[in-house]
Ligand binder design. Structure first.
Ligand code: NDP
Length: 277
């Protein structure tokens, strides 16, 4: 009798920078699970073949990252409601019959991070201001709507992308011009940077914070560095701030549970594993 060792991984290109293998290796070790999680460097033209082949090689599922999140959704047989709403998949589950189930846990990870690190945060307390309208913004906006944010103010450098989100997510979304983004912070209860500005090697997010009230909870999806200039400025205004690392950890937990059968803990040791400490 041969024992099957479950395999999982993350598909993207480039993929060498991904911290997901370190996180899943930490959880596999913590829960003494015989399994492996590997980085898979796959180009666009090979994605369909790779996804067809992996289940036959003992893979139980994969995470999907840039640039394959949209394509993976279309290559799946079953799509969760939240993945369909966001229009992208970040977690695939390979079923025993060879079919693929697609999910998107980014919105869940965003909310779980806020709940853990800003327990007093309440989406219904006032308008949310979201900077950026890329893939991550779609997950954030859909999660904020689900949590009951009364209004979502959205600004993006490319206006058309913000308008696209408004037409997909409806009347609660109000689009602001990028150059007037500072105005949407007035009275906001939740502020989220979903742009890549502030990442190591990128320009800072320069939006003025004068209108920001100290009651606001401010979250940055960027996690390299952990304390972005944007978060430091918000902290100096007296706001509660939450970094993006917790979202990365929480979005990974549902996939791990589905593939390996144990719900992993998002704690300091998981944070340290991702930070390479
Ligand atoms: P996308 O490429 O889909 O979107 C990038 C966003 O950043 C767009 O809104 C884009 O605006 C904006 N942007 C980029 N450069 C500039 C600039 N110079 N000036 C103004 N705006 C700019 O990426 P994602 O949405 O997937 O990711 C966005 C960020 O969120 C990344 O830093 C990513 O690492 C992080 N992220 C973190 C996660 C976590 O778990 N913590 C999960 C997912 C993402 P435009 O449309 O005009 O180009």
């Amino acid at each position: 009798m041969s024992e099957t060792i479950p395999l999982a991984g993350v598909i993207g290109r480039p993929i060498a920078h991904s911290r997901s293998p370190a996180l899943h290796a930490h959880w596999l070790k913590t829960y003494r699970i015989a399994g492996y999680y590997v980085p898979l460097d796959v180009g666009q033209s090979d994605l369909a073949d790779v996804l067809a082949m992996l289940p036959r090689m003992g893979f139980v599922g994969v995470n999907i990252t840039i640039p394959h999140k949209e394509s993976a959704l279309h290559l799946s047989n079953f799509v969760s409601d939240r993945a369909a709403l966001i229009g992208a998949a970040n977690t695939l589950i390979f079923r025993d019959d060879g079919s693929i189930q697609a999910d998107n846990t980014d919105g869940y990870g965003f909310i779980a991070n806020l709940r853990q690190n800003a327990p007093q945060w309440d989406a219904t307390a006032g308008p949310a201001a979201v900077l950026g309208a890329g893939g991550a913004a779609r997950a954030v906006v859909s999660a904020l709507i689900q949590e009951g944010a009364p209004e979502i103010r959205l600004a993006n450098r490319s206006r058309a992308r913000a308008d696209g989100l408004k037409s997909d997510f409806g009347g609660r979304v109000q689009v602001y011009e990028w150059v007037r983004a500072a105005e949407m912070l007035d009275g906001a209860a939740t502020v989220v940077n979903t742009t890549s500005l502030g990442m190591t090697g990128k320009p800072e997010l320069g939006v003025r914070l004068d209108a920001l009230g100290a009651h606001a909870t401010v979250c940055d999806l960027v996690y390299t560095p952990l304390r972005t200039g944007f978060l430091q400025r918000a902290e100096a205004m007296g706001c509660t701030t939450v970094d993006g690392l917790g979202m990365l950890l929480h979005q990974a937990a549902p996939g791990f549970e589905r593939w390996f059968g144990t719900r992993p803990s998002v704690d300091d040791s998981a944070r340290a594993a991702v930070l390479g400490q």
